[in-house]
Each structure stands twice: as structure tokens, then as C-alpha cells.
Design a protein around this ligand. Structure first.
Ligand SMILES: Cc1ncc(C[n+]2csc(CCOP(=O)(O)OP(=O)(O)O)c2C)c(N)n1
Ligand SMILES: [Mg+2]
Length: 325
């Protein structure tokens, strides 16, 4: 069982705070019309899931993300400057400005893509895991998906195949209680999605997705199990999406009282309190991490701002069609 040493806790804290700081900046810039498109999905409030799960992974392990994927990629080690450039549609972005928020990825850190198709990753991750087995490596593939996605056919296909072939996959359900505006109680008859694991004879675990240490412990167990060849796990992390479904969503389907509750469960503040109470760190050390991260995000914004727009002559559509449209 992994130990919670100070280095690990500070790393988890820094990752969560980087995701928060990055996305708050994205929200601000989207509001100013600086980010092309309106389909920008933020994960503010859900940072502990990405941070806790990815801390249990190696650089060469895979993650398959969702439409709400900035946090997953940051937690897996992507650089915030190239991410910010991608969101701004610049040539220096991870996908040379062609992917944007919903299709961003970095293969170098094991990212197999964000995806606009809800539930698509549930069949991509078993494929990545199968490739690892066929190549004789011990890589693991993590699939992030939402509560809404757990009703897609791909959920059942992906879990069934992964369990039957004992593939090294960890299925991580970020249960934020909503599929867009539909509350979980209106889109499925069960409360705990992890119970569905029973149907595929794999372990199903539900954790408090606001508690990064709990997420990390459960993910470490599932990743180790997958790596040793014991097969997949369904890990459900119960969490909260603080903001609208996407940046322009008015979010009028949730009451003011419900929204006010969210911040009481802030995963970053919870870890801060725990660290101070247990004497693991000092307030000034945490402040130092936050100001370093804020500076990093400012540099990322400047990098994106100064980067070139993609050139029309270099349009991949033109290249693939030999210059003809
Ligand atoms: C196959 C498919 N169906 C519907 C949509 C429209 N859509 C986009 S996000 C979303 C809700 C997804 O909910 P969930 O899986 O819980 O993820 P969350 O947004 O809560 O992170 C829907 C229905 C889509 N993009 N793809
Ligand atoms: Mg959801």
C-alpha cells in the first residue's frame, strides 16, 4: 500500500491547484471572447479525481479523456503553455491549434485524446490496454468518463470485453451527479454506479471524489492490480461540477442552495486543512506553491498570446487532399 509522504502530498496539491488556476483563467478568457468556440467544459471542483488517479500512473501509461479533459491532461504531465496555446487556437498548441478544448491531447504524456462523443473512451481504453498486452509491456490504460456516459452502450461493451480478456484497464467514473442538465436520479435507477461492476465480475469501488488521498489510494490499488494482470476495476469517484456544463451554460437547473453547497467540499481546501492540522506542511509553503503555479499560468497565457495563428496554407485538409479541396 502506498505511503503518503510529504513529496506526494505536495505534488497532489500542486496538481489540483494547477488545474484550478488554469481553468479559472480559461473561464476568464472565454468570457472575453479570446477562446474560439463555446464548447469549453470546465472541471472546477472535480480536480481531486484527475490528480489522485494520474498520480498513481507512470508516464508511459495511457489515459483516455472526456469532453471535460483539461484536468486529466494536466495531471498526466502536459505543459500548461502548450495547452493554453491549443485552447487559443495557436500553432504552438498540442494539436497545432486544430483540436481546441474538446480534442486536445498530448501523446508524449500518454494522452489518447479528449473526445466530444460521450462514452467513446470506454471502448478506446480497452484497445490501448490490448495493444500493451500484445506488445508485451505492462502499461495500464485509464478511462475517464461521466455518470451520463455510464448509460451508453460503450460502457457495457468496454467493461465486458476488458473483464473477459482481463485487460489492464481502470475505468474511472467521475460521477458529478449530472449528465448536462439531467440529474443522475432521472437518468439511471441506481445510485452507486460501481455496483454495475458486479455484472462484469470485476471489483467496483466508490470513493469520495473530493478527497484526493482517498482517490489516490483506490486508484493505486486498481492500477497495481491491472499491471499485475488481474484485470480491470470500475472506480467511481463522487464529485461536484461547480460551474455550468460548458462555459455559456446558464445552469438554471440547479438551485442556488445546491450550488452554495459545492464550495463546502472544496478538494483543495480539504487537503490544505488536513496538511496544516497534521503538521505536514506550513501555510507559507502552500502559499509558495500557489504563487509559483499562478506565475506559471501567467507565463502560459503570455506564451499563447504571443504564439502564431495557424497558417491557411498549412491546413491539414489541404495537405491530405494534395492541395485540392
Ligand atoms: C454520444 C453523445 N451523446 C450526447 C452528447 C451530448 N452531450 C455532451 S456532454 C453530455 C453529458 C455528459 O454527461 P456525463 O457523462 O455525466 O459527463 P459530464 O458532462 O457530467 O462531465 C451530453 C449528453 C454527446 N456529445 N455525445
Ligand atoms: Mg456527469
Amino acid at each position: 500500500m502506498p505511503e503518503f509522504d510529504e513529496e506526494l502530498i505536495m505534488r497532489l496539491y500542486k496538481t489540483m491547484y494547477t488545474i484550478r488556476s488554469f481553468e479559472e483563467k480559461v473561464s476568464e478568457q472565454a468570457g472575453m471572447g479570446m477562446i474560439p468556440g463555446f464548447m469549453i467544459h470546465l472541471s472546477v471542483g472535480q480536480e481531486a479525481v484527475a490528480a489522485g488517479v494520474c498520480a498513481a500512473l507512470r508516464q508511459d501509461d495511457y489515459i483516455v479523456s472526456t469532453h471535460r479533459g483539461h484536468g486529466h491532461l494536466i495531471a498526466k504531465g502536459a505543459s500548461t503553455d502548450r495547452m493554453m496555446a491549443e485552447l487559443r487556437g495557436k500553432e504552438t498548441g498540442y494539436c497545432r491549434g486544430r483540436g481546441g478544448s474538446m480534442h486536445i491531447t498530448s501523446v508524449e504524456v500518454g494522452g489518447l485524446g479528449a473526445n466530444g462523443i460521450v462514452g467513446a473512451g470506454l471502448v478506446i481504453a480497452p484497445g490501448a490496454a490490448l495493444s500493451a498486452r500484445l506488445r508485451g509491456t505492462d502499461q495500464v490504460a485509464v478511462c475517464f468518463f461521466g455518470d451520463g456516459a455510464s448509460n451508453q452502450g460503450t460502457f457495457h461493451e468496454g467493461l465486458n470485453l476488458a473483464a473477459t480478456w482481463k485487460l489492464p484497464v481502470v475505468f474511472v467514473c467521475e460521477n458529478n451527479g449530472y449528465g448536462f442538465s439531467t440529474p443522475q436520479s432521472s437518468h439511471q435507477s441506481i445510485g452507486r454506479i460501481s455496483r454495475r461492476a458486479e455484472a462484469y465480475d470485476m471489483p467496483g469501488i466508490t470513493v469520495n471524489g473530493d478527497d484526493v488521498l482517498e482517490v489516490y489510494l483506490a486508484a493505486s490499488w486498481a492500477v497495481e492490480r491491472a499491471r499485475e494482470g488481474a484485470g480491470p476495476t470500475l472506480l467511481e469517484a463522487v464529485t461536484r461540477r461547480w460551474l455550468g456544463h460548458y462555459v455559456d451554460d446558464e445552469d438554471d437547473y440547479r438551485s442556488a442552495e445546491e450550488k452554495a453547497e459545492f464550495t463546502l467540499h472544496d478538494p483543495i481546501e480539504q487537503l490544505e486543512r488536513r496538511c496544516i492540522e497534521q503538521g505536514l506542511t506550513s501555510t507559507s509553503q502552500l502559499e509558495r506553491i500557489r504563487s509559483e503555479v499562478d506565475e506559471e499560468i501567467e507565463r502560459a497565457c503570455a506564451f499563447a498570446e504571443e504564439s502564431e495563428e495557424p497558417s491557411p496554407e498549412d491546413d491539414p485538409g489541404l495537405i491530405f487532399s494534395g492541395g485540392e479541396r
